[in-house]
Design a protein around this ligand. Structure first.
Ligand code: ZN
Length: 311
């Protein structure tokens, strides 16, 4: 069981103004700011992490906010919708909240027998709240305004839009151990039984849709979860054996990662549970100060000087 892909680990997207991003995800949506660090490949840009109390895998949403980024456009070869699980009966609360904060949203609808409420973040990134068929028992992060009876509980699913689902579906089933659960029109729901939550990937096939263009308001990659580095490296072999190019193991400070582009064009990552977000901050202080990986610590003053204020 433990040497399997354990659903989603994190999802990473691109934003513009960092402060706007923090305000939206912590105040309007009520996620915890888990970590304030920099893009390890571009330390003049923040890397912001949001999630539950301890940054459990399957709750982590991260952003690279480029202050003046051009807006991207969602399309094929991209993750195009992020689903959060919420408690039954919470939609009235969320609709009121979206009205109050001028969030763009759609009226609730249903797919695969589950109610969902679509909304956009300030950069146009598409998300949805979903009331899952099976109640979600994960512990929610609460804020003064958003209590556990309405708060998000982490990921329900992610949707990938593809010109042709075949290659992507093969990676999910043959390499990652997912199975096709249901199909409705051009939407195919894949699920893993390795975990209870954050276990769903929807593939939507749109053969004539334009390719997605990366930029603010679009997804950058999705990461799947494994327990440890040994499992990570076992998956490295499996992905390579499937004929796909995959990176070496990369140390992301809070997890170890591998990246590969799946045949449908979406950037996939595989990331470990270890060492986790407690490695450089105490649990009650998560997200409270700017944390830099060791290689940038000697440049802290210059880095702080170029990063925009979040207050
Ligand atoms: Zn990642």
């Amino acid at each position: 069981m433990e040497n399997r892909i354990l659903g989603l680990h994190h999802i990473t997207a691109i934003a513009r103004k960092a402060k706007k991003n923090v305000d939206f995800y912590t105040k309007v949506l009520g996620l915890r700011l888990l970590k304030k660090t920099v893009n390890f490949d571009d330390p003049g840009t923040y890397h912001l992490y949001y999630g539950d109390e301890r940054g459990s895998a399957g709750t982590i949403l991260t952003f690279f906010p480029y202050e003046d980024a051009r807006r991207g456009s969602a399309g094929t070869g991209m993750a195009t919708n992020i689903g959060y699980s919420v408690p039954e009966g919470s939609f009235d609360f969320w609709i009121d909240r979206f009205e109050k904060h001028n969030v763009i949203y759609n009226k609730p609808s249903e797919k695969f027998g589950e109610q969902y409420l679509t909304f956009l973040d300030p950069d146009g990134l598409k998300l949805e709240l979903v009331i899952p068929k099976n109640p979600d028992n994960r512990l929610a992060w609460e804020t003064d305004e958003i209590k556990a009876n309405v708060a998000t509980k982490g990921f329900h699913s992610v949707t990938l839009t593809l010109r042709d689902i075949k290659g992507t579906a093969a990676v999910l089933t043959d390499v990652f151990g997912y199975t096709l659960q249901e199909k409705s029109g051009n939407r195919y729901r894949y699920i893993t039984d390795a975990v209870e939550h954050a276990a769903i990937i929807d593939l939507v096939e749109l053969p004539n849709e334009a390719r997605g263009i990366g930029g603010a308001g679009t997804n950058h990659h999705i990461a799947f979860r494994v327990k440890d580095e040994e499992t990570l490296m076992a998956f490295r072999q499996k992905v390579a054996k499937a004929g796909l190019n995959i990176t070496e193991k990369i140390d992301r400070n809070y997890f170890y990662s591998l990246y590969f582009r799946e045949p449908g064009g979406v950037l996939f990552e595989i990331a470990t549970d270890n060492p986790g977000f407690g490695i450089d901050e105490s649990w009650d202080q998560l997200g409270s100060s700017l944390l830099l990986p060791p290689q940038y610590e000697s440049h802290r003053a210059e880095i702080e000087a170029v990063l925009p204020s979040l207050d």
